[in-house]
Design a binder for this molecule. Structure first.
Ligand SMILES: [Zn+2]
Length: 353
């Protein structure tokens, strides 16, 4: 018994030297209290205080998760497609339903307390909240989310623990991506702002630029009876589905005018709905010459258009535009499980400088 105790103390001491003091000085006195369940549950003692903080932040926002399905552990290497990462989170590890987070052992020691929290909350955002990446920028160029993916340099710097206002926003956003942008994120454009429209599509009979990606029991085409301007609009009709798969139309552009570095890139579109039950979304993705994602803005299905509406203008922005863009694709349509009819007209791509 005594020897065991000594051995454990030495082990903990070595762990302290290796990783520095965890968190707020409480060290390893915190543990994650697992509940009985059908999945594995264990959290490394070095990481437990950060995981507990996540559950506390969730609970203070009315979200309570069972503590019976979560493995949080250190890994010696985290490599995806030949690229190394500091952490990885799964909500369905190997298709087993197991929630799992791995933190790169060598990285943890180089991070300060704020960075450790952001890394852990990001990975738990994947594992516990089943969130994907959100790479949007605000007009002041700050990232909109700590769920920023591998195209976001320095997302660890989103907030520091002592800056309550920023931390509160980013954690609110973690649990509710539809939360309003904070006031500090808005930089008003100067009075001299000018818009340069570089592509307009009022929808004609010829529209080979639009490619449909449809779920089961959905159709897309051109309507010659409904239009906001001209004679035609695009239409998506979605019926009941056995499997929930989104139904979208994709528009790709390749001739992007140069010299717009730092500008706000905007897409405007008019949408009309009929008997819609569910949600719709719009996303805008840009890739560089090596086909790597440069930005990915989307409405996150925060906008509902239930029922029947006349044409309304919707806009999607990408602030602080990066210049080395090869192609941009816009997706617009219903998210999985939505039924009804959507008309799309008067598409515009523009810059504001
Ligand atoms: Zn991630």
């Amino acid at each position: 018994m005594f020897n065991d105790h000594i051995r454990r103390s030495i082990y903990l001491w070595i762990a302290l030297v290796a990783f520095g003091c965890a968190g707020d000085g409480i060290g390893f006195t915190e543990t994650f209290e697992c509940e009985e369940g059908n999945f594995d549950c264990s959290v490394d003692a070095v990481l437990a205080s950060y995981v507990n903080d996540f559950f506390t932040e969730a609970e203070s926002r009315g979200r309570k998760f069972p503590k019976d399905n979560l493995v949080v552990t250190f890994a010696d290497a985290i490599v995806i497609d030949g690229v190394g990462y500091s952490g990885r989170g799964w909500w369905d590890y190997n298709g087993t339903g197991q929630k799992r987070v791995e933190i790169l052992k060598n990285a943890w020691g180089t991070l300060n307390d704020s960075e450790r929290e952001i890394l852990m909350f990001h990975e738990l955002g994947h594992a516990m909240l089943e969130r994907g990446h959100r790479n949007s920028r605000f007009s002041n160029c700050d990232r909109a989310s700590i769920m920023c993916g591998d195209i976001c340099d320095g997302f660890y710097l989103a907030y520091v623990l002592t800056h309550d206002e920023r931390r509160t926003y980013y954690i609110d956003e973690l649990f509710d991506p539809c939360v309003e942008p904070p006031s500090w994120s808005e930089t008003s454009l100067p009075a001299s702002t000018s818009s340069v429209i570089f592509l307009t599509d009022t929808i004609g009979v010829e529209n080979e630029n639009w490619v449909p990606f449809l779920g089961e029991n959905a159709e897309a085409g051109i309507s010659d009876s409904v239009a906001s301007s001209g004679k035609y609009s695009l239409v998506i009709v979605a019926g009941e589905q056995e499997t929930t798969h989104s139904s979208v139309l994709q528009y790709e552009i390749r001739d992007i005018p140069g010299g717009a570095s730092g500008a706000t890139f905007k897409v405007k579109v008019k949408v009309k709905t009929e008997d819609v039950v569910g949600k719709w979304a719009m996303s805008l993705q840009a890739r560089n010459a090596s086909d790597r994602l440069v930005f990915n803005e989307n409405t996150l299905a925060c906008q509902t258009l239930d029922g029947t509406t006349d044409f309304q203008v919707f806009e999607l922005y990408h602030h602080c535009f990066e210049d080395n863009i090869e192609s941009i694709s816009l997706n617009i349509g219903f998210t999985g499980g939505t039924t009804g009819t959507m008309y799309i007209d008067d598409l515009q791509f523009l810059y504001q400088k």
